[in-house]
Design a protein around this ligand. Structure first.
Ligand code: SF4
Length: 217
C-alpha cells in the first residue's frame, strides 16, 4: 500500500522569510519547491528544475518559522520550481491553514490533477499562462503544457479562488499582437486580473540572454 504523502517529504530548495511581493497586498513567507517539468526560455531558476535534486531545507524549519510569526505574516506562498509536482503539497497546505495562515500558490499549471487536489486549500493563486496556445511549446519547451495550463485556468476560474494570471513576455517568441491576442482570449475566458511581466536576463541561460540582446539591439 502506498503511504500518504507528507509535508515532511517536500523537497524544499529555498525559503524567503518575508516577502511583500509574492502575494499582492499580503506579507508572506515563500517556500521554493524543487523540480519543474518545463524548460521556459527565460527561466531564472535553472537550479530548481531538476526533480532529482534533494531539498536543502526541512519542512520543520517552515513550521518553526510560522509558529513564531503569528500576527506578523498573513500567509505562506508555495512557489518553485513547480510546487504542484510534489505529492506532499496538499498536506503542507493543510498544516499552514491549521496554523491560521493564508495559503498562496504560484504555478504554471502542468499538473491539472494535483492542481484540482490543492485548489480548495488555496486562498490565492498566481497562475502563469505563458503564451497563446500555438506558441506555448516555443516558450516552455513542452507543447502539451498549453492544454494543461488552460485546464488549470478553467478549474481556477470555476472555483472562484482569488486569481492572478501572469504572463512573462518573451519578445524573442511573442509579438505585441500575440500578447494583445492573449489578453483578449483570457478576458473572454473570464480572467479579471492579467499581469504582464517584462522578461529579465538575470539568472537566465547565456543563449537566451544573447538572443534577447540581439533583438533589442
Ligand atoms: S515554469 Fe517557472 S521554474 Fe519552470 S521552467 Fe518555467 S520559469 Fe522555470
Amino acid at each position: 500500500m502506498t503511504k500518504p504523502a507528507r509535508a515532511d517529504d517536500l523537497q524544499i530548495a529555498g525559503l524567503t522569510r518575508l516577502s511583500t511581493c509574492d502575494w499582492p497586498g499580503k506579507l508572506v513567507a515563500t517556500v521554493f519547491l524543487q523540480g519543474c517539468p518545463l524548460a521556459c526560455t527565460y527561466c531564472h531558476n535553472p537550479d530548481l528544475l531538476d526533480p532529482r535534486a534533494p531539498g536543502t531545507i526541512e519542512w520543520q524549519v517552515v513550521r518553526d518559522l510560522l509558529a513564531k510569526r503569528h500576527g506578523l505574516l498573513d500567509g505562506l506562498v508555495f512557489s518553485g520550481g513547480e510546487p504542484t509536482r510534489q505529492a506532499g503539497l496538499a498536506a503542507a497546505m493543510m498544516e499552514v491553514r491549521d496554523l491560521g495562515f493564508g495559503v498562496g500558490l504560484h504555478t504554471a499549471g502542468p499538473y491539472p490533477k494535483r492542481f484540482a487536489e490543492v485548489l480548495p486549500l488555496c486562498h490565492w493563486v498566481g497562475l502563469d499562462i505563458k503564451a497563446p496556445e500555438r506558441l506555448y511549446g516555443a516558450v516552455t519547451g513542452v507543447q502539451s503544457s498549453a492544454s494543461k495550463a488552460f485546464a488549470c485556468l478553467r478549474q481556477a476560474l470555476d472555483s472562484g479562488v482569488d486569481l492572478q494570471v501572469r504572463t512573462t513576455v518573451d519578445p524573442t517568441i511573442m509579438s505585441p499582437d500575440d500578447v494583445a491576442g492573449l489578453t483578449v482570449t483570457l478576458r473572454k475566458l473570464g480572467v479579471r486580473e492579467h499581469v504582464l511581466q517584462q522578461v529579465r536576463t538575470e539568472g537566465t541561460r547565456p543563449e537566451f540572454a544573447a538572443r534577447l540582446k540581439a533583438i533589442s539591439a
